[in-house]
Design a protein around this ligand. Structure first.
Ligand code: ZN
Length: 117
């Protein structure tokens, strides 16, 4: 059992999200929940463009499966990491952080820029 990836199958994902909870199996309910949270766009820390976890991933990301690929902002292209804080205050309960490599590159550019004065 899997749920449609909204990047690859937008109509299928939309239909899956609209299915009444009462008609879903426990596993389908869990996938619907994950699909809803990960489809919620959150702002890129660099350019503030809203990105969901499917459109910023490559095509191998599956709903509810571990994902080994990279996330990138669809607008500025910076590499992102989804972060789930210990205390989840409200849905979707996650936000983006710049990937470590991306932060290092930006820090180096900024330091060079300041030094060039
Ligand atoms: Zn961005």
């Amino acid at each position: 059992m899997s749920a449609p990836n909204p990047k690859l199958d937008p109509e299928g994902a939309k239909a899956f999200l609209q299915r009444p909870r009462a008609l879903l199996t426990a596993q389908e309910q869990q996938l619907q929940y994950i699909l809803r949270l990960h489809s919620h766009p959150m702002p890129c820390p660099l350019c503030e463009h809203p990105n969901d976890q499917f459109h910023s991933a490559d095509d191998t990301k599956q709903v509810g499966e571990l994902y080994d690929g990279k996330y990138q902002c669809v607008k500025c292209g910076i590499e992102l990491r989804p972060i789930v804080p210990f205390v989840r205050l409200a849905e979707p309960g996650w936000h983006w952080r710049l990937a470590d490599d991306a932060r290092q590159v930006l820090l180096r550019l900024w330091t060079e820029h300041r030094a060039a004065g």
